[in-house]
Every structure is written in structure tokens, then in C-alpha cells.
Design a protein around this ligand. Sequence first.
Ligand code: NAD
Ligand code: MG
Length: 393
Amino acid sequence: MTNLTRLTVLGSTGSIGKSTLDVVSRHPDKYRVIALTAQQQDGLLFEQCQRFQPRYAVLLDEAASERLSKRIAAAGLDTEVLCGVEALERVSTLPEVDAVMAAIVGAAGMQSTLAAAHAGKKILLANKETLVLAGHLFMEAVHRSGSVLLPIDSEHNAIFQALPRSYAGDMKQSGVSRILLTASGGPFRNTPLSDLQNVTPEQACAHPNWSMGRKISVDSASMMNKGLEVIEAHWLFNAAADDIQVVVHPQSVIHSMVQYVDGSVLAQLGNPDMRTPIAFALAYPERIEAGVAPLDLFQVARLDFTPPDFARFPCLALAYQALRAGGTAPALLNAANEEAVAAFLERRISFLDIARLIEAVLGKIASVEIEALQDLLDADASARAAAREWIAQ
Ligand code: NAD
Ligand code: MG
């Protein structure tokens, strides 16, 4: 018996991907990287290949994959370079892979994450959009194949840690009364409402506590990130919308809490560093060193809590609304949001337009029941088309 975990890291050049490789590099005796993937950053992917010597490297972009192949050959590395979406699924389902870190951003990460679930891999889930888009199908695949599913999102990782180890998806039976999902409130928590119209992508991406990719940074500024996380918590912990309370906690020291019927509230605390949930998930049920500085409570000194402001952050209300509507509504919400965030980052729409656009798409396209994956792909495509039309107006 070996204790070596063989790993595929989907989205290895991103914020979560890099943090994952940082933790992995601290424990060469425990983890071996089998595959690394990225959209088009062949330079960074090459450096990662040199360092971690994976069996496979996948790029989505063809020109980038040709460049990578040449450099890999010149360096004499034993890494096979693959290209395209099918290759992402292939490296997520290889028999020699034990665990898959799903850290692609957006709906683009869904198919490979679903493939890992069908293949019964241990899944370290950062790609929350998979759950928003295809929560039911994904959880069904996880249960059917016997995948071990570990949340990487810091809030869900905290909730996972605060739930009973035996938790099997029944809040009542476990004596849980509510999930308290903490939110920093992002960079615009106190910005005068009249200034929000003109905020720039740079301001939106300057998160006070966390350093993250650009899409999730904008989501944090609009609090759509918290909305997506409410939907994520719904699927991960089988919690109804009414049982998930968002708590604004600007220090980001408590990563979330679970409230029990006996009056107990269990919280997980730590410095805001994604290497903690990543290390937790990699080593589960053991604990390993993550390179994270110990929490200094005297320096933290105080913890504040306020209710969320739905008028300031309409995206949060839209996400609750989509969760309650069910069917394809969350998929429509997610797709409209991805298009809106991309347009905002390209300075084609204003920050406040993000919520307006999503509301318009949800008003235009009716949610339908999900019978198969195709229903979700159709919803995703129609929401993107409607969003682009709105942006072009
Ligand atoms: P990022 O933008 O930094 O990295 C994204 C990665 O995905 C990169 O490796 C990129 O090459 C790859 N990628 C992008 N588009 C792709 C496509 N179309 N096809 C294939 N690969 C593609 O993003 P991130 O901040 O690391 O976030 C990744 C996921 O983790 C997101 O779903 C995000 O919501 C979630 N998450 C991130 C954080 C964080 O602290 N960054 C925290 C919680 C959850
Ligand atoms: Mg989070």
C-alpha cells in the first residue's frame, strides 16, 4: 500500500491552481502530479511541467499547445502535450489518477468536473459554477460513483469542517438548524451608492482580504459570488434557501459557521489563504502543513457581523430568486453573469449593469425542468445569446 495521491490539476495556472501546486510542493512524498491544464498560458504551464514533471499537460489553445510541445521536447521532459476540451475530460478520468482538483473558472469547467464525478475520482471542488449550473446531475454522479467530494471554496470547506463527520445530507437529523455563510462584503461594502456606477474593473478586482482570479473578484464585488455560494451550499449540504443565512463579516477570519438546535454555533477560523482549504481537502481526513501563517487573534482583535444589504447588492437577491425558482434558472443566472462580468472587464458595460443584465435575462427566458445535461447546455447558450444582445443594444 502506498500513501501517494496521484493528482490532476484542472486550471493549474490560475489562482487556485498555483496555490494547489504550492501545497503539493511542500509534500513531495504524498502527492504526484499526473496532469496539469490551462487555457492558453503556455509559459507558466511549461514552468510547472519542469517543476512537477506531469505525465500530461493540456492546453485549450492550439497555438499555445504547439509552443508548449516544442519547449517540452527541447527540455527533454517526459510530458505528453494534449489540446482541446476532450483532453480535459481524458485527464480527469485516467485510471492512474486518484484525485482531481477542479479549478477551471466558469461553466467551462463543468464537463471535466462532471467527468471526474462519473469516474468516481476524489474531487477537490473549487469550480462552484459546476454546482450552480448542474448541481443535481453532479451530486447524482458523485453519489452513484462513490466519489469523495471535498469543497475548496473557503466557506463550504468551513461548513464541511463544522458539520458532523457522519453528515449524510439531512440537516434535521444532524441537529443542524442553519448554515451561516460569511461574506466579506467585497471592496464596495461601504462605497457610496452614487459612486458605484463609475467603478472600474481595477477597483472591483482589488479585494480587501483575498487575492483571486478576475472573474471571482468581480463576483465578490457584486456579491454574486455569495449568491453562487448560496446555491453551492444548497447542493453540497442539501440545505434549503431559507436555511442558508448570509452574514457579512468584513474581517474574513471566520470562514463560515453551522448553527445547531441546541444553541451551539461551530465556526472555522483562519487567515484568508486558500492553501488552508486546499491542504485540508488534499489530506482529508488527515491534516498537513499548508504554508499558512498561524492566526494571530490579538492582531485580529475584533470580529464584526452585519446582515447583507440586498438593495446595494441586487445580484445576491437574484441568486436566491434563481435557487428558489429551480430548474434551469440557476444555469441562466450563471451564464448571464459570466457574460456580464466579461463585458464589464472589457469596459463594455458598467458595474451596475451586471445586475440589470442578469435580471433582464432571467425575465426574458423562462426556467424549465432539467431532464438531461442538454437542457442545461441549451439554457446556458440561450442566456449567453440574450446577454450578448443586451450588451450590444
Ligand atoms: P483564475 O482565473 O485565476 O484561473 C482559472 C484557470 O482556469 C486558469 O488555469 C485558466 O487557464 C483556466 N481556464 C480559464 N478558462 C478556461 C477554459 N475556457 N477552458 C479551460 N480552462 C480554462 O481563477 P481562480 O480564481 O483560480 O478560480 C477558479 C475557480 O475556483 C472558480 O470557479 C472560482 O469561483 C473558484 N474559487 C476561487 C477562489 C480563489 O481564491 N481564487 C476561491 C474560491 C473559489
Ligand atoms: Mg468563497
